[in-house]
Design a protein around this ligand. Structure first.
Ligand code: PXP
Length: 255
């Protein structure tokens, strides 16, 4: 990234665009089209501050070859999402992406359903992230907005936490507005707690134009990672327009 762009980005809410579901569409036919790299380069041009890709154990969307291509050609940072397994750690250490986000992974889930259980596995996760940090990767831990998880993440020396916004977004989509507001309040309080403990705060999962504003208004949040909605919306308006509109909501929320 150019130093002028880095300067301009200081303090601005960053948007990481997750391109997993371009690969989902490609893999539905087993061919090479549409190409996630092409989407990533287009997203980059449209103002994405980073590209996020999740290499799942079962390779259901992003593949090893996609990661090779992203690492070779992106000019914005790659946020490499992965489970805390030896295989993924070896891949991350080989590539040394700008950022690594540790997520829980279950084969039977449709998407990343909950946050990582770092509180119960503090020792294992601490040992797992140490070599990634030593390799220069900015490690983030994807967790629920829960005090015990946040305190654990701080104790093990994770520099970043990404708070799972899925429960908030689901409650909104299902019209359970009391539950939505309670989730939002929990996210607000936990963002502040994480920040007070010295953690950089990111957020993501399930965000749309309808749900992004209150999250973008939390002053502690530095980055949002958004995928499924943007890729879906791009069917109707194109990826650059979908990203520009999301950027507009984020900037308006920040005032
Ligand atoms: N952040 C993390 C850690 C994720 O696992 C995902 C989904 O892969 C996202 C953000 C993006 O979620 P969505 O695709 O629902 O916008």
């Amino acid at each position: 990234m150019s130093s002028s762009r880095q300067k301009q980005d200081k303090g601005r809410l960053r948007l990481g665009v997750n391109i997993d579901h371009v690969a989902t569409v490609r893999n539905a036919r087993g061919g090479a089209y549409p190409d996630p790299l092409r989407a990533a380069l287009l997203a980059e041009k449209a103002g994405a501050d980073g590209i996020t890709a999740h290499l799942r154990e079962d390779r259901r969307h992003i593949t090893d070859t996609d990661i090779d291509a992203l690492m070779a050609q992106l000019t914005v940072p790659l946020n490499f999402e992965m489970a805390a397994t030896a295989e993924m750690q070896a891949i991350a250490l080989r590539h040394r992406p700008h950022a690594v986000c540790i997520v829980p992974e279950k084969r039977e889930e449709r998407t990343t359903e909950g946050g990582l259980e770092v509180a119960r596995e503090e020792n294992r996760i601490a040992h797992f992230i140490a070599p990634l940090r030593d390799a220069g990767c900015r490690v983030s831990i994807f967790i629920a907005a829960d005090e015990a998880q946040i305190r654990s993440a701080a104790r093990i020396g994770a520099p970043v936490v990404e708070l799972h916004t899925g429960a908030y977004c689901d409650a909104h989509a299902e019209g359970r507005f009391d539950a939505r507001d309670a989730e939002l309040e929990r996210l607000r309080v936990m963002s502040a707690l994480a920040h007070s403990l010295g953690l950089e705060v990111h957020a993501g999962h399930g965000l749309t134009y309808d749900t992004v504003t209150p999250i973008a208004q939390f002053p502690e949040v530095r980055e949002l990672n958004i995928g499924h909605f943007l890729i879906g919306e791009s069917i109707f308006v194109g990826l650059p327009a979908a990203i520009a509109e999301m950027r507009r909501f984020m900037d308006a929320a920040r005032g």
